[in-house]
Design a protein around this ligand. Structure first.
Ligand code: UDP
Length: 234
């Protein structure tokens, strides 16, 4: 498969046309940003870790009946995926308190949530990706209520599958972010699942093994990403 023209370049990925209709090529970069792009840096080999890990997770999810955009891993940092009409929402699912939830509800980082908490954020850089409630989503007409319900259900199923998957690899899935799109009108999981878009802690030591090491200058960022990939592939 040959990469064509660049369609889009984001903070962590480039998307190219391919020579197959409705298929695009995603290239994962080593560039890292945090706090709405205020903090910038590079994490060596991050692009490869995130590409290979996402490919593996998408395959796991597909085997459990979840539709994803994944088609093929082309090389260490490029995947071919189905082109989706993306829904401009980020779905965050949380099993423990961390990050913005700690600030929002005041529980201590690491507190186990009695039930998973799902949040929806509008993808809008100039507004700083605000948290939305169902009424906001309704008046904005981002998605209709049936599709919203489907996104919530699918996210919850993905959480159950991934919690189990990571637990078997001695990792706690603290929280993660999903993005969905439509393929011929059907809801399909897109984007990536990686230590950039999830919080993963070692079950034994509670060591942070994700982008928080970069956000909070905790050191050993590359080592943590490589260790997560090794466990994911084990
Ligand atoms: N997340 C993400 N992209 C975003 C915002 C959040 O991938 O634009 C992920 C983040 O890595 C974490 C989860 O979503 O796994 C919840 O993030 P949170 O709301 O706590 O915000 P953060 O502390 O990451 O700013």
């Amino acid at each position: 498969m040959t990469a064509g023209e660049l369609i889009y370049e984001g903070k962590a990925k480039k998307v190219f046309h391919s020579d197959v209709p409705h298929v695009v090529i995603v290239e994962f970069k080593d560039d890292a940003t945090a706090f709405n792009g205020e903090k910038k840096g590079q994490i060596t080999n991050k692009g490869a870790v995130n590409a290979v890990m996402s490919a593996k997770i998408f395959q796991v999810l597909e085997s459990e009946g979840i539709a994803t955009h994944f088609r093929e891993q082309l090389d260490t940092r490029r995947l071919s995926v189905d082109w989706l009409e993306m829904i401009p929402l980020e779905v965050v699912v949380r099993n423990r308190v961390a990050g913005s939830l700690e600030k929002r509800i005041g529980l201590k980082e690491g507190s186990v949530l009695e039930q998973a908490v799902t949040e929806l954020y509008l993808k809008n850089d100039s507004l700083g990706d605000p948290l939305l409630n169902d009424d906001h989503i309704r008046v904005l007409r981002v998605v209709d209520s049936a599709l919203l319900e489907q996104m919530r259900k699918q996210s919850s199923r993905i959480n159950t599958i991934l919690q189990h998957f990571f637990e078997q690899r001695n990792l706690i899935l603290v929280d993660f972010k999903l993005e969905f799109g439509l393929r011929q009108g059907q809801l399909v999981l897109g984007d990536e699942i990686s230590p950039d878009t999830s919080r993963l802690w070692d079950r034994t030591t509670l060591k942070k093994m994700d982008k928080d090491r970069f956000r909070r200058d905790l050191g050993s960022v590359e080592e943590a990403y490589n260790e997560v990939l090794e466990r994911v592939l084990s």
